[in-house]
Design a binder for this molecule. Structure first.
Ligand code: DC
Length: 223
């Protein structure tokens, strides 16, 4: 048994809001399992595309979802989702076609339900592997997946600055359109949940964003 309390850190925000870089840094600093739930929605989207199932064909979507075999591999401090025993490669889940389709699949309630227990189960993976907690990033982590998380952060930034960040990363991604779809869907829309700490990252450097989140975590852990 660990002598430390297990902590959960939920980080939500739009595309290119700074979630991934800051949650990766926090996972290193505090020995937390890093869980990027966007990569889960992307891997499932790649699976739908591979099977030629469009988001408009609900019976086919439901049939795929019912047969999904999901498991987790831990690579360093990152949780990777395996579909049917294989991790879908990064190059595949970040490609343009997945960018263009992921928000449509993510808006389908049956798809979100299929991932709910799997995402909550990552806390068990983190405990089994001896992590001090988990940091999970997404759109609905502090609102739906872990509403009782020890810390809940919501990152946002000016859309132009986010487009610049994504372009610097070399991404080919219509982030404004994805955010529009993710914020306007009926099930678990992207929004700052009541009580979460909202951080505007437009004029902050990555170390400043990380520090804003790390300070209360460090204070809690030193108690
Ligand atoms: O974090 P990302 O940009 O890689 O996420 C890809 C898409 O997945 C995003 O446009 C919406 C969806 N998503 C979601 O609906 N809920 C989450 N918790 C994480 C991602």
């Amino acid at each position: 048994m660990s002598h430390f309390p297990f902590i959960t850190v939920a980080i939500d925000g739009g595309a290119a809001s700074g979630k991934s870089s800051s949650s990766r840094t926090l996972s290193e600093r505090f020995n937390l399992l890093h869980v990027d739930t966007g990569s889960f929605y992307r891997a499932i989207t790649a699976e739908f595309l591979r099977r030629n199932v469009p988001a408009t064909d609900l019976p086919a979507v439901q049939a795929v979802v019912a047969g999904l075999q999901l498991s987790t591999r831990v690579n360093g401090r990152s949780a990777m989702m395996a579909v049917g025993g294989s991790v879908v490669p990064e190059a595949e889940i970040r490609r343009r076609e997945v960018n263009d389709h992921v928000s449509h699949f993510a808006a389908i309630p049956e798809v979100r339900t299929a991932l709910l227990a799997y995402q909550r189960g990552q806390a068990g993976v983190a405990r089994e592997r001896g992590f001090r907690g988990l940091v999970m990033e997404g759109r609905d982590i502090g609102s739906v997946i872990f509403p009782d998380a020890t810390f809940r952060f919501f990152l946002h930034a000016d859309p132009l600055e986010r487009a610049r960040r994504r372009a610097r990363e070399g991404g080919d991604d219509s982030i404004a359109e994805r955010d529009r779809l993710d914020s306007s869907r009926k099930t678990a829309p992207l929004a700052c949940p009541p009580g979460a700490i909202s951080i505007d990252t437009t004029f902050l450097t990555l170390p400043e964003v990380v520090e804003t989140m790390a300070a209360p975590i460090a204070a809690q852990l030193s108690r």
